[in-house]
Design a binder for this molecule. Structure first.
Ligand code: ATP
Ligand code: MG
Length: 263
């Protein structure tokens, strides 16, 4: 990376609900941390699933991404350690649901998160993964304006590609209006079922439409991935030998290799 004082910021986004954004943020984050990347998961979803999944109780979220965006609270004050070495979280609470509305009247509304991550604010991290809400609202736009790239989890099911054109259009608009350098980090197939024709069809369509943007690594449907959050840890700690763990380790490898190729 050319600028060593700045983290690489990646927005994990898809306006479709339940496609694996949070599961990817948590487990890719843990895999990146294990690979030696100082990784921060920034929870930008009022549901706070990433915060809960990493064991940050709602009662222990004193300073949150709401304070970061709307109250000028420094990133360092919002960040908390997780059970994984080199993995941190900036938690969210339901407070964040009002941020979307509060931002509307603010002239600087799409730049609020970018400004919070400016200068040397992110110097303690190599990678920041922003877990976006299932919407193309102002929070997601803030993430895209603050980000270097967007990582898109795509659920391997019938309507998966339908919402993608809207997402790509939004990325194009953000490029034109506020963040010309915004790239697509990659598209990752999630909840993939090898035995299911539909999964294979979605993969074929995605690779045909999006080409090299689609990672070789696919995240299988794996019950360990859905169980881990209730134990407040990433799957790499809950069941390191699971297929879900291996898949997210592979995804982290593939992502880091791509970074090296484009550095
Ligand atoms: P939202 O849009 O509500 O934020 P999301 O896109 O963040 O949802 P997740 O919360 O990551 O999606 O996943 C939705 C549900 O699917 C969760 O219950 C999660 O545990 C489960 N899930 C995600 N990925 C997998 C997988 N690969 N295998 C099995 N279950 C999965
Ligand atoms: Mg989520």
């Amino acid at each position: 990376m050319s600028d060593v004082t700045r983290a690489r910021v990646i927005a994990v986004a898809n306006q479709k609900g339940g496609v694996g954004k949070t599961t990817t943020a948590i487990n890719l984050g843990a895999a990146l941390a294990l690979s030696g990347q100082r990784t921060l998961i920034l929870d930008l979803d009022p549901q706070g699933n990433a915060s809960t999944g990493l064991g940050i109780d709602a009662g222990n979220r004193d300073l949150t991404t709401y304070d970061l965006i709307l109250d000028d609270t420094p990133l360092a004050d919002v960040v908390t350690k997780t059970s994984v070495p080199s993995l941190w979280i900036a938690p969210a609470t339901t407070d964040l649901s009002s941020a979307d509305i509060e931002l509307v009247s603010n002239e600087n509304r799409v730049f609020m998160l970018k400004d919070s991550l400016a200068n040397r604010a992110t110097k303690d991290f190599d990678i920041i993964l922003i877990d976006c809400p299932p919407s193309l609202n102002l929070l997601t736009i803030n993430a895209m304006v603050a980000a270097d790239a967007v990582l898109v989890p795509l659920q391997s099911e019938f309507f998966a590609l339908e919402g993608l054109s809207q997402l790509m259009l939004t990325i194009r608009e953000v490029r034109q209006s506020a963040n010309p350098g915004l790239r697509i980090e990659g598209v990752v197939l999630t909840m993939y079922d090898q035995r299911n024709n539909l999964s294979r069809q979605v993969e074929e369509d995605a690779r045909e439409t999006l080409g090299a943007l689609v990672y070789n690594t696919k995240i299988p449907r794996n019950v360990r991935l859905s169980e881990a959050p209730s134990f407040s840890v990433p799957v790499l700690q809950y069941d390191p030998a699971s297929r879900g763990s291996q898949a997210y380790l592979d995804l982290a490898d593939e992502m880091l290799n791509r970074h090296l190729e484009t550095a």
